[in-house]
Ligand binder design. Sequence first.
Ligand code: MN
Length: 207
Amino acid sequence: MAYELPPLPYDYAALEPFIDTETMHLHHDKHHQAYINNVNAALANHPDLAGKSVDDLLRALATVPEDIRATVRNNGGGHSNHSMYWTIMGSPKSAGVGGAPTGAIAAQIAADFGDFEGFKKTFNDAAAKQFGSGWGWLVFQGGKLKVVTTANQDSPLSQGLYPILGNDVWEHAYYLKYQNRRPEYLAAWWNVVNWAEVNKRFATAKG
Ligand code: MN
């Protein structure tokens, strides 16, 4: 079955003033939809892969037929990464969104980064330095949280890592509101992080 664009779990204006409504419309309705259209077109000629989730394809990228591997990596990656991104955000007016982390992830952040400020600095520095388009990620490896970045739409799943949270640093994610000021977007983004959802993903990452 062809992949479909998941609806946002909140209104397009819900992340204001940190992420503007127009950016959300373009980012979700146009950019994410385009990744889905492209990966669906590639998979149309490979009915044997039709039953697989995009995450399963990304976990086993080396086994994806060579003629569509780059499209799955780039556009399948785009579909998977954005599906994660929408769900780990929420309205800053909602309980458990923005502010300090809660639950198990809060304790693990304190253990591995000293405190939330130390974690944010490590994450924002790494994401600010990602040259060109890409993502900043929080993953769990060897019993510790770790900040990594990927270029383009490369998914941590292809490196055997499960993304606990990730922030999109493609210009399309912030340029309308923040222009070239990526660090400002990175700093503001924490106001819309949905810690309940991040805790769910942390539980999955721990296995
Ligand atoms: Mn994006």
